[in-house]
Design a protein. Structure first.
Length: 151
């Protein structure tokens, strides 16, 4: 595989993960595994929460793809790397920027980042399994961007 193909595989899996994360957040986290995710909609009582187990679930396919793909550096390696980079972006945006689990990036004047933060806070306005909206993480839907862009 050439460098362009490798980059396309990596980028494709990075973008695909937003869809996987949205689907999992809406139908699994706010569905059958609410028992884990509920901790994320309540005040945190320490550094970790039960919801953090999802990070390990998402990391597992990434690690397996990287390990099995590293023998020949085939598409699996770059797919796993794309998933891992999405995980890093998720951590920086969701845990650091939005929820301030690490006290960096407290303020921003970038309209997209403000909309991202406010959209996620809109999601957290609901503390129950049902009734939440805005299940994405990195890509803000236009309706939410328009809603929060002017603020």
């Amino acid at each position: 595989m050439n460098a362009l193909t490798n980059a396309l595989v990596l980028l494709s899996f990075f973008v695909l993960m937003e869809g996987v994360a949205w689907f999992t957040h809406k139908y699994v986290m706010h569905g059958s595994l609410w028992v884990w995710h509920k901790s994320h909609h309540e005040p945190r009582k320490g550094v970790l929460e039960l919801n953090d187990l999802f990070g390990f679930m998402f990391a597992l396919p990434s690690v397996l793809l990287i390990v099995y793909g590293s023998e020949n550096f085939d598409w699996r390696f770059y797919a796993g790397l794309g998933i891992a980079l999405y995980g890093l972006a998720y951590f920086l945006v969701h845990d650091v920027f939005v929820h301030q689990r690490v006290k960096w990036l407290k303020t921003t004047k970038v309209p997209y980042f403000r909309a991202m933060r406010l959209t996620h806070h809109l999601h957290h306005a609901v503390h129950t399994k049902h009734g939440a909206q805005a299940f994405g993480f990195l890509f803000v839907l236009p309706k939410f961007y328009k809603r929060f862009h002017a603020k």
